[in-house]
Design a protein around this ligand. Structure first.
Ligand code: ARG
Length: 595
């Protein structure tokens, strides 16, 4: 918002487009240099003057109620009228358009996310697709896109042939039915298949044959397949519920079984299909890529065939103008191939599809492989996180109401935020101790900060201003120990004494201004995170916001001073809690009113 106002003021004066001015303006590293700065180097060439002359001339020309301009060598520095800006900001935060900038303009985006493989455990890798996808889905909706998310379940393919073989040879139907987590039993069968197949390679042929039967509608194959799907889905749904994730559509790969033939026909009629060792492929030599295999020599489809049919369905039936695929980076080649084949069929596909990749997640240093059975079940990770959260709460705040719900929210919030705060393409080393640390850059730190904001607002509402002493002791709740004795508290900075001065000077205060500034960044950061499909941009913003808030909280008495001062400070707390609360909700992290 600060930048936008300045860009508007500068645009009529400069030979540059608004976007260019926007990207030139910088926030100087320290406030002494002004609140914003415009380096004048690029203007020098256009205006045929030195940057210094330009800065000086502009400084003389600009008259604005919110800014004062000063030249400093080649830079034009802007000093904000912080009080006017603060008043305007609080006013703007009253309106819904501040919180939900409309950049999507109703464009329909279909987001492929989560998409675990049936009859395999829901591992930590699919957590990333689920939570990164969920955040992207919610952020895009928030900024005005018409979003549709789809769980593209891995419920088709040769692995079901393998599962059927293993089940018929070694499976125990009644044990599986009685098991409290049948996906673990199915995993054991899958692992056994791969062990046995090393010694008896003919098992692989049997598996291919069973998948062919499944694809051509064999009744036994279909029945066994349906059982596996049902058990896995029950298991997955429990996880989705705990994570607070919902889907507009759950359409597995099997849904496209009758939609692949027309695609193959079209490719054939366009002359794009070639035979290669009995299989059918589309060549991609011109892109320096290996050919995309679409029909195997025994006539069965593969993953890529199903993805072609899926993309076409999403465009033609679901009306997608953009297709996003939130899938691990190890599938980059697959998506490039699929997108190239689509592009060869019809050039309107260009720009429409986007793979949104993410890195590997290592749990305390390990990488997992399903085939060898070395799997970390997401369910077990969540349970462990919740158990640890429960212990922390029990130790630090045994008087808290509804500790069980709090432990669930904290434990899961810690895991989710611990994932989302990382730039998505990077590999993540995940450690429960780190993500649960209330004093680190964590979900629990933000949840705690949010609860603190809520507590101040409750106190204000209850008109308890007169009970307030120094800092933490009363504002963080009478039922809570003081900050100096509770390690749950994120910061323990000393209180700075009462803030004096009129409301108009409040915005100038060293610990008020940074908070004001952070709140004003909310819409731009949200928009950036949404457009880049990068939840970490929002996650890191929330950390900065919480840090400014906690500094403000330790140095400034909110429930103190004249009525107008108090209402200004409360307005700030309300806006900060809205930004933090909404931001966390968009990331899929639950907030608590008390902690
Ligand atoms: N089921 C796949 C896997 O776990 C991910 C599917 C991603 N989506 C897609 N349209 N290919 O590897």
């Amino acid at each position: 918002m600060i930048k936008e106002r300045l860009v508007d003021a500068l645009a009529p004066l400069l030979p540059l487009a608004k976007e260019e001015i926007n990207s030139l303006l910088e926030f100087p590293p320290n406030d002494e240099l002004g609140d914003l700065a415009l380096p004048c180097f690029v203007l020098a060439k256009k205006l045929k003057q030195s940057p210094g002359q330009i800065a000086a001339a502009l400084a003389d020309t600009i008259v604005h109620p919110l800014f004062r301009a000063e030249a400093a060598g080649p830079y034009l520095n802007f000093k904000l009228n912080r009080s006017a800006f603060g008043a305007e900001l609080l006013e703007r935060t009253q309106s819904a358009t501040f919180w939900r900038p409309n950049i999507g303009e109703g464009k329909r985006v279909v987001i492929d996310m989560s998409s675990p493989n049936i009859a395999k455990p829901f591992g930590i890798g699919h957590l990333r697709s689920t939570m990164i996808g969920n955040a992207i889905y919610r952020m895009l909706s928030e900024v005005g896109y018409d979003t549709v998310n789809v769980n593209h379940l891995g419920d088709w393919g040769t692995q079901f042939g393998k599962m059927i073989v293993a089940y018929l040879k070694w499976g125990d139907a009644s044990a599986i039915r009685a098991s409290d987590n049948p996906t673990k039993d199915y995993l054991a069968l899958y692992v056994k298949f791969h062990e046995e197949a090393k010694r008896h390679p003919e098992l692989e042929d049997e598996a291919r044959e069973w998948f062919r039967k499944l694809e051509t509608g064999d009744s036994l194959a279909t029945e066994l397949w349906r059982d596996m799907i049902g058990e896995s889905l029950n298991q997955f749904n429990k996880l989705y519920e705990r994570l607070g994730v919902t889907f507009d559509h759950v359409l597995g790969e099997s849904f496209y079984n009758d939609k692949m033939e027309p695609v193959i026909q079209k490719l054939r009629s366009q002359g794009l299909l070639e035979e290669s060792d009995g299989a059918l492929v589309v060549r991609l030599d011109e892109f320096g890529m290996p050919p995309c295999l679409l029909v195997k020599s025994n006539g069965t489809s593969i993953y890529a065939t199903r993805d072609l049919a899926t993309a076409i369905y999403r465009r033609d039936v679901m009306g997608a103008s953009q297709l996003l695929y939130v899938v691990g980076g190890e599938q980059s080649l697959h998506f490039e191939q699929v997108f190239r084949v689509l592009g060869k069929m019809d050039d309107t596909w260009e720009e429409r599809c986007k793979h949104v990749p993410f890195g590997l997640m290592r749990m305390e240093g390990q990488k997992m492989s399903t085939r060898k059975g070395k799997v970390l079940f997401l369910e077990d990770v969540l349970n462990e996180a919740v158990a640890q959260a429960r212990r922390i709460i029990e130790e630090k705040n045994p008087a808290l109401r509804d500790k069980e719900a709090a432990a669930e929210a904290i434990g899961i919030g810690a895991v989710v935020f611990g994932d989302l705060k990382n730039t998505r393409t990077l590999d993540v080393d995940f450690s429960l101790a780190d993500v649960l640390n209330f004093e680190g850059e964590t979900g629990p730190y933000l949840q705690y900060t949010y609860a603190r904001m809520a507590s101040i607002q409750r106190k204000a509402a209850a008109g308890m201003a007169e009970l307030q002493n120094d800092g933490d002791e009363t504002e963080s709740g009478g039922d809570q120990p003081a900050a100096s004795t509770t390690p749950l508290s994120p910061d323990s900075l000393p209180a700075n004494g009462p803030l004096t001065g009129s409301r108009s000077h409040l915005a100038e205060h060293d610990h008020v201004w940074p908070l004001l500034k952070q709140i004003s960044f909310y819409p731009a950061r949200l928009a950036l995170a949404a457009e880049r499909h990068e939840p970490s941009v929002l996650a890191r913003y929330l950390l900065e916001l919480a840090q400014s808030f906690n500094r403000f909280y330790h140095h400034v008495k909110v429930l103190d001073g004249s009525d107008s001062e108090q209402s200004f400070k409360l307005g700030l707390v309300l806006a900060a809690s809205k930004a933090l609360g909404q931001g966390l909700a968009l990331l899929g992290v639950r907030t608590l009113e008390e902690l």
